[in-house]
Design a protein around this ligand. Sequence first.
Ligand code: TRP
Length: 333
Amino acid sequence: MEDRKKTLYSAVQPTNNLTIGNYLGAIKNWVSLQNEYDCFFAIADMHAITVRQEPAELRRRTLSLAALYIACGIDPDKCALYVQSHVAAHAQLCWALNTFTYVGEMERMTQFKDKSAKHADNINMGLMDYPVLMAADILLYQADFVPVGQDQKQHLEIARDIARRFNNAYSPTFTVPEGIIMKVGAKICDLSEPEKKMSKSAENPNGSIFLSDDRDTVIRKFKRAVTDSGSEIKYDSENKPGVSNLLSIYSLFSGKSIEEAEREFANSGYGEFKLAVGETVADALSPIQNEQNKLLADKEYLNGVLKRGAETAARTANRTLGKVYKKIGFYQI
Ligand code: TRP
């Protein structure tokens, strides 16, 4: 029998600017997984509209994220890189799966509760249905593995529950996906408040390094990063959260271990250390930014990639959707 590759699925919303935490925790890891797995990487624009988006901005961010995926090293010849709304099966399967999901479960989702509090003037059905759409994303492709951040763990659990529920109600239809919880990105903390995770939507933008930040901005933000009392550059996340966070970032971008980094800066002061981290990050980001800009100048090429990606994705997705429609009793011609 042919040794088939396992399938991997993940997606990012084209909403706020991505931070280095999103990069280290998601896209960078995908690059190393793309040879081993059959990969589908989506731009989750249907999830994005669960909070109000400015249409022109959503369009711009969608294309920009596609360019970023490729600039970071996702190879569109190896993976299906596509926009969620281009594959109709996502909305179609979501509808069917809604009937296998309980309102109570959705009301209990942590992210739904958080977002309802944050967007109290727009608690729309889509916001509540968000996890079911995410389940549809994953289950359409029979994904074996789904790399996600810690914040999506609960959504992945629900996707597994829905898959099992459907399989039990009919017969095995969906692969029950395994989450790969990306720990690295989750460990990257805000530079101003190192007790908190670095976030795309933090109130103080000085604490987050965005992938789109230019060299001067990156270095300025690192220079202002909060360090801890004392003067030693040692990893100690309990007592020295600021320094430890900077060491983690340095280690991930330079490829050196934390111990190597500690040795390298054993005789440095905080100022010198922060500058070195800033320069290392800026050096790593600039080729990605250059490549992204080059790609964005060739819209024709990007459109072609997304078109092919959507066609590849739709083939797999429609196969699964067809099975589901048949099992639930939709009349077939
Ligand atoms: N909800 C995810 C996030 O905000 C993005 C996403 C949408 C996703 N569909 C997915 C992630 C399917 C993994 C699998 O991070």
